[in-house]
Design a protein around this ligand. Structure first.
Ligand code: CAA
Length: 241
């Protein structure tokens, strides 16, 4: 029986590429999304992938959401924590809501999503958790104290959870994409992108969502069973961690 994979933020951007690549690799995929019904319905119609709406910053919503996915598809064996937002601002102008929205959605979501699936993974002696962090959690980024803190937190979380579950067949890894051609990066002011970001990427271009998705498919596979607690950098050489 095909394994079940759940991808948060799985209907747009990098998440949509991950959901699609996992489906192509033979998984039964559930794609969570937070708010954009129109994009989610379009994604479902185009890919045939089941979509489920809930807010990953809410512990109760995640518990209910995982229950629904498991009732429809079966136990979650692969969890990809991809959902994330930006609320960029220089720190001296940052509002408390910009801080907490990013910390809750990008970091607390890892607790909220892993907690309902980890016991089942341990019981079944198999699981794959893949956390989509960011280059900006590794190097820091001006305008992103909130996002950099959350993304660095994801790396620490990954390393700790990996150690706890290594003997149970559950691997936990992080991927740190650099600047990938998605709506999130398109929201960076054009002059900043052209003047400050692109010239720093040795490969000379933005990454493609599929380039991240292929890494997820590998880390989810049986072939990657000896890889846990790792941080895979996918950034065109922009930052060598
Ligand atoms: N790298 C280098 N310099 C940057 C920069 C960046 N990413 N972002 C801003 N700056 C510079 C600006 O060029 C500007 O310099 P000058 O004064 O010399 O022109 C200075 O910082 C101040 O910038 P602004 O005038 O734009 O100030 P602001 O208060 O209006 O806005 C900002 C500040 C919100 C940080 C805005 O510049 C911005 O959104 N920058 C982009 C930040 C960024 O890179 N976010 C990444 C989003 S993509 C993502 O997060 C995905 C991922 O994981 C990689």
């Amino acid at each position: 029986m095909a394994r079940v994979a759940l991808v948060t933020g799985g209907t747009r951007g990098i998440g949509a590429a991950i959901s699609t690549a996992l489906k192509q690799a033979g998984y039964r995929v559930a794609a969570n999304y937070g708010g954009n019904d129109e994009a989610a319905n379009k994604f479902k119609a185009e890919t045939g992938i089941a979509v489920f709406k809930w807010d990953v910053s809410s512990f109760d919503a995640c518990a209910d959401g995982v229950k629904k996915v498991e009732a429809e598809l079966g136990p979650v064996e692969v969890l990809v924590n991809n959902a994330g937002i930006t609320r960029d601002s220089m720190f001296h102008k940052m509002k408390a809501e910009q801080w907490s929205a990013v910390i809750n959605t990008n970091l607390s979501s890892l607790f909220n999503m892993c907690r309902p699936v980890i016991e089942g993974m341990r019981d079944r002696n198999f699981g794959r958790i893949i956390n989509i962090s960011s280059i900006n959690g590794q190097k820091g980024q001006m305008g992103q104290t909130n996002y950099s803190a959350a993304k660095a937190g994801e790396i620490g979380f990954t390393k700790a959870l990996a150690q706890e579950n290594a003997r149970k067949g559950v691997t936990v890894n992080a991927i740190c994409p650099g600047y990938i051609a998605t709506e999130m990066v398109q929201a960076v002011p054009k002059d900043v992108l052209e003047k400050n970001v692109l010239p720093q990427i040795p490969v000379g271009r933005l990454g493609e969502p599929e380039e991240v998705a292929r890494c997820v498919v590998f880390l989810a596979s049986d072939d990657a069973g000896f890889i846990t607690g790792s941080t895979l950098t996918v950034n065109g050489g922009q930052y060598l961690a």
